[in-house]
Design a protein around this ligand. Structure first.
Ligand code: CAA
Length: 264
């Protein structure tokens, strides 16, 4: 499937239920301008309502960049009020991205700087190509991050390491990104898409409701103390026992065969 009507975003479904969003302004290294953010918002709204969607992959067009940041040309003349609106809109969008019920993986091919690193951080995990470069270079432009980087980076990696990267603007290559817990794995650049689809298919082979419940428990629990978070897990565990997939998954195990999940 290719979604018609977008200028700066490609939306494909390379396998049933697997959605690949490609940020597509390669001449500007896929920099995020307002038009691109609006298209991403539209795609995310559609995915949020798509019960058949099993996993989402986000990547950048071209060999050089995932996303090289928010569009500096567009930001240059913003008034403080317009800057707040620009930041708030993107922040809402990235929160919606994070709240998608299915796993969302960033496939980082090349530069993921500023708003690009922030987009990757709003995904559930990052698979890095061997040419990936991450960084929050905003301080070099005289601004702090505006799409959540100062908040998500210290929640993803060690807070002191995050502050180091935020205040120095130092860029991190793929191997270091894995070493500090920013990316989960590194693959050859030409294998990135295939690896993303492989991971998405692995997710899609599991119980669809169970996968969504795991993500919900994981997400909601992160801001709670352990007892409250485990109470949420118990509620979601109980919900699973109202589904046919729970009966099927357990029956299949006992009958020594592969389960046939229906997503309900
Ligand atoms: N915004 C707008 N245009 C951008 C861009 C950006 N963030 N990043 C790259 N481009 C454009 C360049 O202006 C250039 O356009 P032209 O061909 O029309 O001149 C084109 O993309 C190719 O870029 P370069 O010629 O610079 O490519 P390079 O290989 O020499 O360098 C790079 C690559 C190191 C990524 C360099 O482009 C760069 O430093 N980009 C800016 C990175 C950055 O500072 N990002 C943070 C932006 S601020 C932000 O994101 C704030 C926030 O949190 C919301």
């Amino acid at each position: 499937m290719t979604t018609a009507g977008y200028q700066n975003l490609l939306h494909e479904e390379p396998e049933p239920g697997i959605h690949l969003l490609t940020m597509n302004r390669p001449k500007a290294l896929n920099a995020l301008n307002s038009a691109t953010l609006a298209e991403l918002a539209c795609a995310i709204t559609g995915l949020a309502a798509d019960a058949s969607a099993r996993a989402v992959l986000i990547t950048g067009a071209g060999a050089k960049a995932f996303v090289a940041g928010a569009d500096i040309g567009e930001m240059q003349t913003l008034t403080p009020e317009a800057a707040r609106t620009f930041s708030s809109k993107a922040t809402r969008l990235f929160l919606e991205l994070e709240a998608l019920p299915m796993p969302v993986l960033a496939l980082v091919n090349g530069y993921a700087l500023g708003g690009g690193c922030e987009l990757a951080l709003a995904c559930d995990w990052i698979v890095a190509a061997d040419n990936a470069v991450f960084g929050q270079p905003e301080v070099g432009l005289g601004i702090p991050p505006g799409f959540g980087g100062s908040q998500r980076l210290p929640r993803r990696i060690a807070p002191g390491k995050a502050l180091e990267l935020l205040v120095t603007g130092r860029q991190v290559k793929a191997d270091e990104a894995v070493a500090i817990g920013l990316a989960n794995e590194v693959v050859a650049a030409d294998a990135l898409r295939a690896r993303g689809i492989e991971l998405a298919l692995l997710i899609a082979s599991k119980g669809p409701v169970a996968v969504r419940l795991v993500k919900e428990a994981w997400r909601r629990g992160q801001s709670l103390d352990l007892a409250q978070a485990c109470a949420i897990e118990s509620d979601l565990f109980a919900l699973a026992f109202a589904t046919a997939d729970q009966s099927e998954g357990m029956r299949a195990f006992l009958e020594k065969r592969a389960p046939r999940f229906i997503g309900g």
